[in-house]
Ligand binder design. Structure first.
Ligand code: ADP
Ligand code: ADP
Ligand code: MG
Length: 518
């Protein structure tokens, strides 16, 4: 017997992911409630939803993290379920418990399972007991400088100091020696306290030159667990993903078997339900180690949707409503290859610092195999308060070569004028021979920036070409005299710079006329 789905779901998020979830709800005939902060009044997710409620001022803790406001909107508008998207409250066990206590369905795992997995230490212990390889590391939170030194000596330097409750690539610091271990212990604790409200840190052996490979899993409330294959997420900057693909060029059939066996075993050991991702690191000997479970819809879920044809957001809602998975493992097929670029409003030339501002013009790419998940439109003002992700541009191809070719074309078509974005660095990566060969690890970005001198993988000509490309990426932004909120423009687009100078000139002329008439 099929369980009834929901009449109405509140989406406790913003931007592209809120739109993505609204689309899944509409497909299922479910009513949608958007919430928004003051600064998001012009956001697309408000227009896409059936209803929208203001939840507070721009800072996240006053709006998208304001549990009380979100829960009262849910009860006021009779929403039956809350979909948290990613980030914000998505993995907060207290919020999940608050939903459970009010009889609201949380589209995600139970509070008990989320609580267990929110501690990286508890997650590691659970996985180790289930026979899954974990990265060697401390079993408890570190209590003193002496303890971290002892752990470092024991594991062998370098070690990675990690926030027990960390996420989003923050609260991680490499210590290469005793001196750094002492020095970074307190620093990481302070960072962890301010970012995650809990100062606890522990250490892991630092895996050299690893690849990040993760398994997407769906688990229903009736003990059925299927996996949707792997995603490769090694192209990162500052431990945050930039490009993701499915499947992974590094994963053989045998390795995949080992990865999915570990992932499914881990999901079962944590009594996890709904969509989840088990992250692993692969070392240079193809050994895999458990990293963490991401207890949410992932940013990069779209590449798996493109290769399997399974709508993961829809499955999340069906699972939350109590439905059984409608397919077995043998019915899941990975077809072709999909690659996604996370386009951020950031300035690669300034250490990827956020570059919010007004988008003067936005043109989205298209064509066979292209998918763009974005909440941008021409004239939209990207606020400075939230994540700098502005678009996900993904391409599907019958194979990796076709996916790369389509994605490169899509990035050439994409226009985001008015703010500095990471598009140039994506183009550089897609054109690099190392990326095309699928030969990379989590240090790809640093290695290629350093490659001006030498690289083991790459020929002299290739190095020169890449260095030139990277230099052009680094030199591609230029400060233009202030025109409202946007101060930078791609130098590559001379017409744009000129037209904006003209616009500045025109504005100055207008204002001087204005002053003259007073
Ligand atoms: P994914 O693995 O889904 O690609 P990311 O690690 O890139 O996710 O994180 C997605 C979003 O969620 C980012 O905005 C990130 O900053 C945020 N995020 C992830 N984990 C946490 C956390 N524990 N606390 C706060 N924000 C987080
Ligand atoms: P987060 O919760 O912030 O996503 P993760 O534990 O998933 O943190 O790690 C994020 C990234 O940091 C990984 O993808 C990898 O690049 C790097 N990393 C984490 N642990 C290690 C380790 N022990 N050795 C080497 N790199 C690591
Ligand atoms: Mg992670």
């Amino acid at each position: 017997m099929a369980f009834p789905l929901f009449k109405k779901i509140l989406i406790a998020n913003r931007g592209e992911i809120a739109l993505r979830i609204i689309r899944a709800c509409r497909k299922l005939g479910i009513g949608t409630v958007a919430v928004y902060s003051d600064v998001d009044i012009e956001s697309l997710h408000i227009r896409a939803a059936d209803q929208a409620f203001r939840i507070g001022p721009a800072p996240p803790h006053e709006s998208y993290l304001n549990q009380h406001r979100i829960l009262s909107v849910a009860s006021k508008c009779n929403a039956e379920a809350i979909h948290p998207g990613y980030g914000f409250l998505a993995e907060n066990p207290d919020f999940i418990r608050a939903c459970e206590e009010r009889g609201l369905t949380f589209v995600g795992p139970s509070s008990t399972s989320a609580e267990l997995l929110s501690s990286k230490l508890e997650a590691r212990t659970t996985m180790a007991s289930a026979g899954i390889p974990v990265i060697p590391g401390s079993e408890q939170a570190i209590q003193s400088e002496d303890e971290i030194v002892a752990a470092g000596k024991d594991l062998g330097f370098p070690v990675l100091i990690k926030a027990v409750y960390g996420g989003g690539g923050r609260g991680l610091r490499i210590a290469h020696n005793i001196r750094e271990a002492r020095r970074f212990y307190k620093v990481t604790q302070t960072e962890a306290r301010s970012a995650f409200a809990k100062p606890d840190v522990y250490v892991e052996k630092y895996i050299e030159k690893p690849r990040h490979v993760e398994i997407q899993v769906l688990a229903d409330k009736h003990d059925s667990v299927v996996h949707l294959g792997e995603r490769e997420c090694s192209i990162q900057r500052r431990h945050q993903k930039l490009i993701e693909e499915a499947p992974s060029a590094a994963v053989s059939r045998k390795l995949r078997e080992r990865l999915v066996t570990s992932a499914i075993r881990g999901i079962k050991a944590a009594h996890y339900e709904n969509a989840g991702t088990v992250e692993f690191l692969l070392d240079t000997d193809q050994r895999h180690y458990f990293l963490e479970v991401n207890k949410r819809l992932q940013v990069e879920h779209l590449v798996t949707e493109m290769t399997t044809g399974i709508d993961i957001a829809e499955q999340q809602i069906r699972i939350a409503a109590g439905e059984r998975l409608a397919f077995r493992q043998s019915e899941v097929h990975v077809n072709g290859w999909a690659i996604n670029c996370r386009i951020n409003a950031e300035d690669p030339a300034r250490g990827f610092s956020p570059s919010p501002g007004r988008v003067l013009s936005y043109v989205s790419p298209g064509g066979p195999g292209i998918r763009v998940d974005s909440a941008l439109y021409s004239g939209y003002r990207i606020p400075e308060y939230y994540d700098s992700l502005i678009a996900k541009v993904a391409a599907w191809g019958a194979n990796r070569v076709e996916a790369i070719a389509r994605l490169s074309t899509a990035l050439d078509e994409l226009v985001v004028d008015g703010v500095t974005t990471t598009v140039p660095i994506h183009k550089t990566i897609l054109h690099s021979q190392a990326f095309k060969r699928g030969e990379f690890d989590t240090h790809f970005i640093e290695d290629h920036l350093r490659m001006r001198r030498q690289s083991p993988h790459v020929s002299g000509d290739e190095a020169a070409a890449l260095s030139a490309a990277i230099a052009s990426v680094l030199g591609i932004v230029k400060v233009v005299p202030a025109v409202g909120p946007q101060r930078t423009a791609p130098l590559g687009s001379k017409w744009l710079v000129r037209s904006r100078r003209d616009a500045t000139q025109a504005r100055l002329q207008r204002s001087s006329r204005y002053f003259e008439t007073i």
